[in-house]
Design a protein around this ligand. Structure first.
Ligand SMILES: Cc1cc2nc3c(=O)[nH]c(=O)nc-3n(C[C@H](O)[C@H](O)[C@H](O)COP(=O)(O)OP(=O)(O)OC[C@H]3O[C@@H](n4cnc5c(N)ncnc54)[C@H](O)[C@@H]3O)c2cc1C
Length: 402
């Protein structure tokens, strides 16, 4: 198996690291203690990213990106993850990055002109509207209750969604709804683009949450009450909602893993610097074996996560679904990065809790990763299903004492 990044990937990653170190982190450090990055700051960072040929690397040139192949672009996501401000600066930020990908693979030329181009350019934000409260779709998305019925040349949507990132700031919502109540949801759901301000679409509130960091991302509760949109707002084919969502989520899970690996890597870098400088009981903290072993363990797990993601990315590039491998990456990486950031925080003592260092923001932000894009348990379910597919009961016959 080949796990090396290509020359192109290494060159891009190096350029991204320089951009993050020289431009993004100094800006980030001006904003400690609850300050939020405003639109002007993000626009300035984007301009600098563009001047360094690093803007929207994952999107085709035709739509305003750089057209870098999926495997080559992953290390860029990793470097971007080292600051919470870098993904929006480079336009590799969720959920817009996943929505751009969805529009690119499933949109009509008209939809691409209307929604994708301004999204890539950073003029728009977008939302992916799938999760629902109570008896609706969540960890089990096929429980989706939102409906879209055809009425003449319009779709009429009714439903209740929540945890919709960018809900109150998005120009449009890619909404998963049931369009055929008689089919299994996997065949009876579709994606429909709903522009903000459409009658009957109400963003009720932004949900208070942990991890309200420098990027001030919002996650909103949204109601659809007889929302009418033109028939041509269907994204992809009727009944293809889950198929397209899966095509979106598979690579998006890997890009998420890479961003979070970068975040954990920076947390460990800060902790190594802090413990090398800080003395306790007569020597630098970094000289004590306990902290050294903690770092060794965190680095080893992080390395394993990065290798797993590269392996799965290779399969995706070869056109394979790689469902089990992607679930392994998502569940394993989410836990590895959470533990690494917790270790880094502990090793920095009170400074780890304070917001003079970036670790506290990382600590608050990373917890969601074990839940979004499928909770750990759902991914373990996928892995276990594959593991139990071909149980060979004759194994027992080979045990003479059984
Ligand atoms: C910060 C953030 C941003 C988000 N952004 C978006 C977004 O932009 N768009 C969107 O549509 N959604 C978004 N979500 C929602 C996210 O996708 C869901 O939270 C996730 O899919 C889980 O659904 P749920 O919260 O309804 O969990 P539930 O369905 O309520 O499940 C609760 C818990 O039950 C357990 N569980 C579930 N199934 C099993 C099982 N089979 N075996 C064992 N245990 C199980 C798990 O521990 C799970 O965490 C976001 C969530 C967060 C926290």
């Amino acid at each position: 198996m080949e796990y090396h990044d290509s020359e192109r990937a290494e060159e891009l990653a190096e350029k991204t690291r320089a951009f993050v170190d020289e431009v993004v982190i100094p800006k980030e450090r001006e904003m400690t203690g609850g300050t939020k990055a405003d639109a002007e700051t993000i626009a300035e960072l984007r301009e600098e990213a563009q001047s360094r040929d690093l803007y929207a690397p994952q999107i085709s040139e035709e739509y305003g990106g750089m057209g870098v192949a999926f495997r080559d672009v992953l290390p860029v996501f990793e470097e971007a993850g080292r600051s919470l401000l870098a993904p929006p600066a480079l336009r590799v930020d969720a959920p817009d990055e996943g929505n751009m990908h969805t529009l690119e693979i499933a949109g009509t030329e008209e939809q691409k002109d209307e929604w994708l181009r301004p999204l890539v350019a950073g003029e728009y934000r977008s939302a992916f509207s799938m999760t629902e409260p109570r008896q609706g779709g969540g960890a089990d998305p096929k429980m989706v209750k939102t409906t879209a019925e055809k009425d003449g040349d319009e779709w009429v949507l009714n439903g209740h969604k929540w945890w919709i990132t960018n809900g109150s700031t998005a120009e449009f919502f890619i909404t998963l709804a049931r369009t055929d109540m008689d089919s299994h949801p996997y065949e009876g759901c579709s994606l429909i683009i709903v522009p903000k301000g459409t009658d009957g679409l109400e963003v009720e509130r932004d949900i208070p949450h942990i991890g309200d960091d420098i990027t001030s991302m919002v996650h909103s509760e949204v109601r659809y009450d007889d929302v009418r949109v033109p028939a041509e707002n269907l994204l992809g084919g009727e009944g293809e909602g889950f198929t397209i969502a899966q095509k979106r989520l598979a690579p998006a899970r890997l890009t998420h893993c890479m961003r979070y690996s970068g975040m954990a890597g920076r947390a460990l870098d800060v902790a190594k610097a802090y413990t090398s400088d800080r003395e306790a009981f007569g020597s630098p903290v970094a000289d004590w074996q306990g902290p050294r072993f903690d770092i060794a363990e965190a680095e080893t797990n992080l390395h394993a996560a990065r290798v797993m993601v590269r392996h799965a990315a290779r399969q995706v590039t070869e056109g394979k679904q790689a469902r089990t491998e992607i679930s392994m990456c998502k569940f394993f990486t989410a836990n590895v990065v959470q533990n690494a950031i917790d270790t880094a925080l502990q090793l920095c003592g009170a400074s780890g809790v304070g917001k003079d260092l970036p670790i506290a923001d990382f600590y608050e932000n990373v917890r969601q990763f074990r839940i979004v894009d499928g909770p750990d348990e759902v991914h373990k379910r996928v892995i276990a299903r594959a593991a139990f597919e071909d149980v060979d009961e004759s194994e027992l016959d080979r045990l003479p004492t059984f």
